[in-house]
Structures are given as structure tokens and as C-alpha cells.
Design a protein around this ligand. Structure first.
Ligand SMILES: NC(=O)c1ccc[n+]([C@@H]2O[C@H](COP(=O)([O-])OP(=O)(O)OC[C@H]3O[C@@H](n4cnc5c(N)ncnc54)[C@H](OP(=O)(O)O)[C@@H]3O)[C@@H](O)[C@H]2O)c1
Length: 308
């Protein structure tokens, strides 16, 4: 059957290299696609919209609009892959969009690529612990919200079909840090009574963890936490930012608004992935801020020592 051609694909040259499909070529998906491409893999990316695919047409690999929640679209798109990553996001969204994108999306990918390794990017939001304890992949998962339950159901499906689950902590990196944005916008507060640990991971370390997992033969049907080495109390993060950016500490007060991770307060351990030999480029918030995130914002790209 003739491949349908999308804009960037018209320039594509197909090789005999291992092939990977990134279903959800967004913030993490693109970094992951770039990493696999740089390592010589033949990459294809999917987005939900034609606009996003067109915006990525300069990538050296094809990006096509294919809606994974639509079983016909996923089934009709030809291609044979050695690995498939479900990296699509509901961007917040409600319960129905969670069901469509995560659960139905995963089912459609698993049906379409039944013989292929599938990796799901899930979330550490499935851990609902509230006592600041360390959690591992073996810890209880009882998400308070229905969206978290859909994620767990999706994980179960992927594991039953011999896939791999990567539970990602809060994603940050160039151009994205929820904490920094709140701090700079002046909407952060230090809630002394409800201080909690923040678990984060840099986008490029997620890409390297996914690469690590998919290039090792034995690691399927497993769950892995993908998080940096050092959960930090939220108040400590703000203290560090205030000192580093020479700005006042956020006011003391009650934090408001809905949190994706509910009222959970836990420290997520990466020991399982670490013990296999995964290494991080940005093991701590300070590393990530100094070496990547603040550097992507020229106004802050000044080492602390050179500020007076
Ligand atoms: N944000 C966090 O801190 C966090 C924490 C833990 C886990 N995660 C998970 O990490 C993964 C990656 O997140 P991200 O921040 O990289 O997401 P993102 O930047 O929002 O990108 C999502 C990508 O998925 C595509 N997509 C959405 N619905 C789709 C569909 N039905 N079919 C095909 N593609 C679809 C989007 O295409 P369009 O641009 O066309 O919409 C976009 O390319 C997600 O699974 C997310 O839930 C996120």
C-alpha cells in the first residue's frame, strides 16, 4: 500500500534503521523524537492537529496529524515500527478527554501495533500519599481524582499487553516550569501549613529515560518512575528562586486553586531506574535551573556569583 504523504514526509528518506513512532509529538515527544533521530533511528511523529504537524514541518523526520483516539485513523495509517511511545496529552482536559486520549488512545495503539514494544508516559500523580513519605513503583496508587483512575486503567491495559509504563514527575525544561512561572507572575504563595514536596524531571532526562528503556531488551511489562534525584519542599524551591533571581519571597498564605496532583505530598524515588544505570543530566532543581531553564531566558542567564 502507498504511504499517504504529509508535508514533512515528502522530504523524508526511509532507511533500514530501527523505527520509532512518537504518538504525541509535543514538549516531551519532540525532545524524545530528536534524541532517537540523533541516535540514528528512523522517527515518525504524530500530533492531533494539522496545525501542530505543520508547525513541525522543519523537523528532519515526518510529523503527521493522526488522532490516536480515533481507531480508524490509527488503524489506517501504514507503517511498521520497532517501538511506539504514547506521549499524547489531554492538556489538563476533563475526564472524557482523559478517556479518549489515554485509554482509547492506548488501546488503539496496542491494537494497531500488537507486535511492537509500546511505552506509555503516565504520571506520578497516580500516587496519592499525603504524608511526605518516599514512594516507589511498588507503593500504593489510589488517585483521588477520576482522571488519575483513568491513567491507572490505561497503565493496566498497557502492562497486560506487555508494554512499559514510565510515570513522569512534573515536567520542566526550556520554556516550561510551572513553579518559575508562578513565582515570576507573583501568584506563588508559601503555605507553611501545607508545604509539600515537589517532584520534577527535566524534559531531556525524560527523553533519555525513554531511550534507555526502549533500547534495553529486558525491561518490558514494568513500571518506572522518571523523576530527578531530589524532591524539594515547595517553599525551598521558592526560597532558592528568590535568592537566585534577587526577588522577594512569595507571601505566606494559603495556596489556592486545583492541583493536578490533588493534595498529595510524597517523595517519588527514581531508585529503580537509577539501579539499572540511567543517569541524569539534571539531577536537581538547581542543576536544571542553572544549566537549562534560566539559560533559555536571557534576562536570567547570569551566574549567581557575578550578581551583586
Ligand atoms: N505536564 C506534566 O508535568 C506531566 C507530568 C506527568 C506526565 N505527563 C504526561 O507526559 C506526556 C507528555 O506531555 P507533554 O507535556 O509533552 O504534552 P504536550 O506538550 O501537551 O504535547 C502533547 C502532544 O500530544 C498530541 N496529541 C494530543 N492528543 C492527541 C491525539 N488524540 N492523537 C495524537 N496526538 C495527540 C498533541 O498534538 P496537538 O499539538 O495537535 O494537540 C501534542 O503533540 C503526556 O502523556 C502527559 O500526560 C505530563
Amino acid at each position: 500500500m502507498q504511504r499517504p504523504r504529509c508535508a514533512s514526509e515528502q522530504r523524508g528518506v526511509y532507511s533500514e534503521m530501527p523505527r520509532i513512532l512518537i504518538a504525541g509529538c509535543g514538549y516531551v515527544g519532540q525532545a524524545t523524537a530528536d534524541l532517537f533521530h540523533a541516535a540514528g533511528w528512523d522517527v515518525e511523529g504524530w500530533t492531533a492537529s494539522e496545525e501542530s504537524a505543520a508547525a513541525l514541518s522543519a523537523k528532519p523526520y515526518p510529523i503527521c496529524p493522526v488522532d490516536i483516539s480515533n481507531c480508524d485513523q490509527a488503524a489506517e495509517r501504514p507503517g511498521v515500527f520497532d517501538a511506539v511511545i504514547h506521549c499524547a496529552s489531554s492538556r489538563g482536559g476533563g475526564i472524557e478527554s482523559y478517556r479518549q486520549i489515554y485509554l482509547n488512545g492506548a488501546r488503539n495503539l496496542l491494537d494497531r501495533f500488537a507486535e511492537t514494544k509500546v511505552l506509555l508516559t503516565s504520571s506520578t500523580s497516580v500516587y496519592a500519599q499525603r504524608d511526605g513519605s518516599w514512594v516507589s513503583e511498588e507503593s500504593e496508587t489510589k488517585p483521588a481524582r477520576e482522571t488519575g483512575q483513568v491513567l491507572l486503567e490505561t497503565e493496566k491495559l498497557v502492562l497486560e499487553r506487555r508494554g512499559t509504563v514510565a510515570r513522569l514527575a512534573g515536567i520542566y525544561g526550556p520554556g516550561r516550569s510551572a513553579l518559575l512561572s508562578k513565582f515570576l507572575a507573583g501568584t506563588a504563595t508559601i503555605d507553611r501549613e501545607n508545604d509539600r514536596f515537589v517532584n520534577q524531571v527535566h524534559r531531556d532526562d525524560i527523553a533519555s529515560a525513554i531511550y534507555f528503556l526502549l533500547t534495553r531488551e529486558t525491561q518490558q511489562t514494568q513500571i518506572y518512575n522518571v523523576v530527578d534525584d531530589q524532591p524539594m519542599l515547595q517553599s525551598e524551591c521558592y526560597r532558592w528562586l528568590a535568592q537566585r533571581l534577587h526577588r522577594p519571597l512569595p507571601p505566606i498564605g494559603k495556596s489556592t486553586g486545583e492541583r493536578k496532583r490533588g493534595n498529595s505530598n510524597k517523595r517519588v524515588s527514581n531508585a529503580k531506574l537509577r539501579s539499572l544505570g540511567w543517569t541524569l543530566q539534571y539531577p536537581t532543581l538547581v542543576d536544571a535551573m542553572e544549566k537549562s531553564i534560566l539559560r533559555s531566558m536571557p534576562v536570567f542567564d547570569v551566574p549567581l556569583s557575578s550578581k551583586t
